[in-house]
Design a protein around this ligand. Structure first.
Ligand SMILES: Cc1cc2nc3c(=O)[nH]c(=O)nc-3n(C[C@H](O)[C@H](O)[C@H](O)COP(=O)(O)OP(=O)(O)OC[C@H]3O[C@@H](n4cnc5c(N)ncnc54)[C@H](O)[C@@H]3O)c2cc1C
Ligand code: SF4
Length: 563
């Protein structure tokens, strides 16, 4: 096969343009580095390509999702659980699902934008309860970067002074909607803390981006750039420097190294031609998402790195975690037959429930938070499916009346917990399967432990109490122990982390505290791979803060001549 080599040597090659890659590109280009960013997916311009204002009823599919858009026909994220020609495998008898985006900006084009900081206890959890491991950094090390991130990207929320859900630099939150006020009332009566959510939609103009106008369609992408995605917020200023070159349709195959074991660049497949190319760089930053970056390292074998690059500890692919999650829904008569009223807001929650209990008094470690939804969304395919369970079925006018009655009468709670890394959850290269580019694929191993399933049992009981306190009827049957108390399949909450974890030394970790490979000083990982723990606070705000920190570290090391 002919391999085309780009003659130029860049200062930095970044693989992946999602949260981690977008932030690294911005920081490094603004610091003066010549950066090339390889992205496997196609280019994406939300103003041209997004479908923010489309009506479901204008489409014969009525907005239904499909293989390449599982969250809906007009969703902002191209990718899915099942990408044609890019399989992965799962060990026999086990279950794991892997969601991947394939587009400029990666999953940041759809993510829920729940933007939570990890707290001081999360970075030192082992010291508190003896489980998992402590991070080699503390909250105080990351706080300045969370602060910068808040100001750079913008998010709303309120400062509450909670010990492990740190305050931030927030814009004012939107007002709660009717169903949210009813949930909060029930929570207040039950002693469940319910506070304004923390989300990266801006409620005031910021750096030329308009304030949110509350169309509620964040999942489709925002043509006014009022919510966070990499192409809306991070790539434009990076491109403005003239220092960033973006190569889309570039599926990285492996990191290339020299006789010393240091990275010299990246080889990739041009997905338009199927041809292989290489790009040279002095520093390689992997941001292809936690599992993809592990796959790249494991596929980068050489004499100096016989079991994969940065893998002398054997921990690449290990300590894989996701967020334990489960859902509980209910019908609340007080919300039924509602008169139309103003439900303006962001596409997501205005309130949420951070973990509110002292888990030392409970039968599981750590904790979870509740996200919840309800209200009158734009009807689409599958709208009010299963109504027969409430009204016994029907036809014609009576059925239409029942739809009107129930529209807006439901609330749904999603618990998001914390998994303790375990030895049975990891990924490796499948020795027998390659993708359509001939690149060996990942094989996953997965097991939840009692720690996580007990969190979910507690969440089911707590959500039931809230729904019943609202005078509602719980629609989700109480799951049994055999059903893992309703815990979703590993990977389904789409918060994979920990496959290239950071640590104090090369025997037990892949990276140092700056996300720099112990075994090759010019290789960095800036997605969720470096996470030592996966607190119940959704991962992305921490990915962004750590990538910002690593970007500044690389810039400083380059200035000192160390890279
Ligand atoms: C429906 C949904 C809701 C979510 N909600 C939230 C939320 O509310 N809060 C939260 O914190 N997180 C949420 N997440 C998770 C969030 O999207 C991810 O944590 C975040 O995007 C991860 O950033 P990343 O840079 O690691 O990876 P990604 O954003 O996935 O970006 C990786 C990029 O790398 C590219 N790539 C992969 N392999 C290669 C390769 N070999 N060569 C070149 N390019 C490659 C991909 O095409 C992709 O563009 C959600 C995700 C989804 C899908
Ligand atoms: S709700 Fe706001 S942030 Fe979301 S898509 Fe609409 S305008 Fe943009």
């Amino acid at each position: 096969m002919q391999i085309a080599t780009r003659t130029r040597t860049y200062d930095v090659c970044i693989v992946g343009s999602g949260a981690g890659g977008g932030m690294a590109a911005k920081v490094l280009a603004e610091a003066g580095a010549e950066v090339v960013l390889l992205e496997a997916g196609a280019s994406w311009d939300v103003q041209k390509d997004g479908k923010m204002f489309a009506w479901n009823y204008d489409s014969p599919r009525r907005g239904a999702g499909h293989r390449g858009r599982p969250f809906g026909e007009f969703d902002g994220c191209i990718g899915g659980w099942d990408i044609e020609g890019e399989p992965y495998t799962v060990a026999e008898g086990e279950k794991f699902r892997w969601f991947r985006a394939r587009m400029l900006g990666g999953r940041t084009n759809h993510w829920g934008r729940i933007s939570l900081r990890f707290g001081p206890w999360d970075f030192k959890a082992r010291s508190r309860d003896g489980l998992g491991d402590d991070w080699p950094i503390s909250y105080d090390d990351v706080k300045p970067y969370y602060d910068k991130l808040d100001e750079m990207v913008g998010l709303f929320g309120t400062n509450e002074g909670l010990p492990n859900d740190p305050d931030g630099i927030f814009m004012p939150p939107p007002k709660p909607r009717c169903y949210e006020l009813l949930v909060k009332k029930a929570c207040d009566e039950l002693g469940v803390r319910c506070i304004p959510s923390r989300m990266s939609m801006i409620t005031k103009p910021l750096n030329g981006r308009a304030a949110c106008h509350y169309c509620g369609q964040c999942g489709r992408g925002c043509s006014t750039h009022s919510n966070f995605s990499t192409p809306s917020v991070l790539l434009p200023p990076a491109l403005k420097t003239g220092k960033l070159k973006i190569v889309t349709g570039a599926m990285a195959r492996e990191v290339l190294t020299d006789a010393e074991g240091l990275a010299t660049g990246v080889s990739y497949i041009d997905t338009a031609t199927g041809g292989e190319e290489t790009v040279r760089a002095k520093v390689v930053v992997l941001a292809a998402s936690a599992c993809e970056s592990a796959r790249l390292l494991l596929n980068s074998r050489s004499v100096r790195h016989p079991v994969g690059l940065a893998n002398s500890s054997g921990t690449v692919g290990r300590y894989l975690t996701d967020t334990p999650g489960t859902s509980i829904s209910g019908f609340v008569p007080a919300l039924a037959n509602g008169i139309p009223h103003n439900e303006d807001g962001i596409g997501g929650l205005h309130l949420y429930m951070p973990w509110w209990l002292d888990n030392r008094k409970l039968d599981f470690p750590r904790g979870y938070h509740f996200e919840f939804g309800g209200g009158r969304h734009m009807p689409g395919y599958g709208f009010l499916g299963g109504i027969h369970k409430l009204n016994g079925g029907g036809y014609g006018k009576a059925l239409k009346d029942d739809y009107r009655k129930h529209y807006g009468g439901f609330v749904g709670f999603a618990a998001r917990g914390e998994m303790i890394p375990n030895k049975d959850s990891w990924c490796e290269i499948d020795p027998e399967v390659v993708d359509r580019w001939g690149i060996p694929v990942l094989r996953f191993h997965w097991k939840w432990s009692d720690y996580e399933t007990k969190q979910m049992r507690h969440a089911h009981v707590a959500a039931r109490e809230i729904i019943e306190k609202m005078g509602g009827k719980v629609l989700t049957p109480m799951p049994t122990e055999e059903q893992g108390f309703g815990i979703q399949t590993g990977g389904e909450i789409i918060h994979e982390a920990g496959t290239t974890r950071m640590g104090d030394g090369p025997r037990t970790s892949v990276l140092n505290k700056y996300c720099q490979a112990h075994d090759a000083k010019n290789v960095f990982v800036v997605d969720a791979g470096p996470f030592v723990g996966n607190a119940h606070k959704n991962a992305t705000w921490t990915i962004l803060a750590l990538s910002l920190r690593t970007g500044e570290y690389i810039a400083e090391e380059r200035r000192k001549g160390n890279l």
